[in-house]
Ligand binder design. Sequence first.
Ligand code: SF4
Length: 345
Amino acid sequence: MITRSSVPLQRPGREPRPLPIQARWQTQLARAIRDPRELCRRLGLDEAWWPGAERGHALFEVRVPEAYLARIRPGDPADPLLRQVLPLAEEAVPMAGYVADPLAEAEHAPAPGLIHKYAGRVLLIASPACAVNCRYCFRRHFPYEENAPSRAQWETTLDHLRCDATIHEAILSGGDPLAASDRQLAWLVERLAAIPHLKRLRIHTRLPVVIPERIDDALLGWLTTTHLQKVMVLHINHANEIDEAVIAACRKLSAAGVTLLNQSVLLRGVNDSIGALAALSERLFEAGILPYYLHVLDPVAGAAHFDVADDEARELVAGLREVLPGFLMPRLVREIPGEASKTPL
Ligand code: SF4
């Protein structure tokens, strides 16, 4: 059985020496911080933060790799990157309307590793693991153990795509699909490319942002070989996440013919200001990425403290429109279970 926690990572309870942030991506992934106290200590946070961090960690484990840690301001509990990864006691407070599966994905899973919600495209859970555990993740309770197909099961899952000529796009998701090995991804993409009616490969990932070294020759090898059109939808919520290493990784992807888009989540205490959202769009464009979606928070249990009310979200976007050119404006949307597409707010 594969779960997020069974993916090989550092041994809990031992504090490893800090890694050079240019270490191989697999090493960075394996040695990501998984101890809430270690995270607090490394960032110089007061011991008062420890009990809450341990409470939240018990519900959804902490995971932060070195390359991401390096972008967090030490000693600042309000840092917008830290807010995304630091477990808090608030996560244990039940809130009406906040549930384990806010998008009702379980109702749209016809085969292991497959979610088919919208016409023309399907989503494949290519990896149960992530490089970072984002506290607001709508899949923080996702049953990855039921969605980790073996190669034989993948063939059955792929039959769903082979038999439906209306499907033109395969979306690799997770977890983070780029947490899978290049061998596994190359195998999967080769089979997808052999389906005659499939035109596009879309990859939803946070790994090039969290560990930019993930964009290496091995990845670019299978990505450039396939004839499928390639779109990568990155997940970046704050301008501080985009450092020079991220920009270099994005340049390699652009040179490989990958269209780069970004989706963000509107998060209280992270990017809930016109200034933060405008800076994000500007910085995305510097990295060659176009803003695509700004999602309001999906009501997942444990994340209510990140919520921004719809009226406030609309006001923020109206203000953003006054300071940004149209092509840098993300679309403000909500995903409503059962709807045929994302719903604009
Ligand atoms: S990287 Fe994506 S899937 Fe993984 S925890 Fe963060 S938001 Fe969720």
